[in-house]
Write a protein that binds this ligand. Structure first.
Ligand SMILES: Cc1ncc(COP(=O)(O)O)c(C=O)c1O
Length: 366
């Protein structure tokens, strides 16, 4: 029996998501230690102390189901961004939410628009529900929103925009997004995936909550996996108009967010100092990556995220392998159609030094 023949039709066209290589796996494979992982856009400062404390206080309550409505976290998010709790949907990481949007609004044969080189979960979700993918060719590695508008049809249900985008780091301004939203019909849902927004400077950050007041078809998707450092706990949130939130909450699994994630998220969302430290390190260290690339004439895509993508102008696979042997894990992105690029997550200064030294050795840079 070939079970692929009885799987949902869209599943036949899926390949499993390629996650960054875990440190323990490389330790097992090469028998080396002191490994630096710059592969999954995780938070280099580790798990925030504020979240750790909140978790310990929660341990004795783990025999109970989590709060299915995430009351406290919704209150915290609502207060922080000046929205109402009934506009919020919580997810088991924002991947959970990205999937939920498609399940809620699109069916087989409906069209979903996203960009070439955009976050890989968009095609994955689209195929899984047998929707029709409208992948718009990228412009300078980023979203061509004019191309999105041209692709709109009466079958379009959903649009995904990653801002900043992963793996390219491209960024759209508030004006560009607003001009776009003004031209999209209200019956098409626009998902603004802002997984990396905390890494942008406050003066350039997209004012998405203001846009939400004006455009009722907008959903803002955010995560606590990156700047907030909770990737292993899996927690994200979406903010939308209350009617959309109500629909999402009907489809959502009731206990999709676990108690530890909920409690840690409340703590860290009140920990502005931690997030500011993380963003500041990212700014300073990103500059060092840019200078390193410029100095060695390596082409990179300017990034507003916590990662940078370098074009090696040749297959990056051997470079990736050689870096592994130096104990440095970065991210190959051939799966995105970018076989000559590697994506490097910005780490702590000493981790980045390890990368610079390892790459200099591998490429025999002067
Ligand atoms: C653009 C983008 N959106 C969403 C996510 C999902 O993150 P999580 O599921 O950890 O919230 C990622 C993770 O890498 C991402 O790069």
């Amino acid at each position: 029996m070939q079970y692929i023949n009885i799987a949902n039709r869209g599943v036949k066209f899926l390949s499993p998501y390629q996650a960054g290589k875990p440190i323990e796996e490389l330790e097992r494979e090469l028998g080396i230690s002191n490994i630096v992982k710059l592969a999954s856009n995780e938070n280099p400062f580790g798990f925030p102390e504020s979240a750790k404390k909140a978790i310990f206080e929660q341990l004795d309550k783990l025999t109970r189901y989590p709060d299915a409505n995430g009351f406290e976290l919704k209150q915290t998010i609502a207060k922080k961004f000046g929205v109402q709790p009934n506009q919020i949907t919580l997810g088991n990481g924002s991947n959970d939410l990205l999937e939920l949007f498609a399940h809620t609004f699109a069916s087989e044969g409906d069209e979903i628009i996203y960009s070439q080189y955009a976050f890989i979960v968009y095609p994955l979700v689209t195929k899984a529900i047998n929707a029709v993918a409208k992948e718009i060719p990228a412009k300078n590695w980023g979203h061509d929103l004019q191309g999105f508008l041209t692709a709109l049809s009466d079958k379009t249900k959903l649009i995904y925009i990653a801002n900043p985008n992963n793996p390219t780091g491209n960024f759209l301004t508030t004006q560009e997004i607003e001009d776009f939203l003004a031209k999209v019909p209200q019956n098409v849902i626009v998902v603004l995936d802002e997984a990396y927004t905390e890494f942008t400077r406050s003066e350039e950050r997209v004012d998405s909550f203001r846009l939400l007041k004006k455009y009722s078809n907008l959903i803002i998707s955010r995560t606590l996996s990156k700047a907030y450092g909770l990737a292993g706990l899996r927690i994200g949130y979406a903010v939308s108009n209350p009617e959309i939130a109500d629909l999402l909450n009907r489809v959502r699994q009731p206990f999709n967010c676990n108690s530890l994630a909920l409690t840690a998220a409340v703590a860290v969302m009140n920990d502005d100092e931690f997030v500011e430290k993380v963003a500041e390190n990212n700014r300073v260290e990103m500059r060092r990556y840019e200078e390193f690339c410029q100095h060695h004439q390596l082409e990179y895509i300017p990034s507003k995220g916590n990662f940078i993508t370098i074009d090696f102008k040749q297959s990056a696979a051997p470079i990736y392998d050689a870096l592994l042997h130096e104990g440095v894990i970065v991210r190959p992105i051939a799966g995105y159609g970018m076989p000559n690029h590697l994506r490097i997550s910005i780490g702590l200064p000493e981790e980045n030094n390890r990368f610079f030294t390892a790459l200099s050795k591998v490429l025999k840079l002067a």
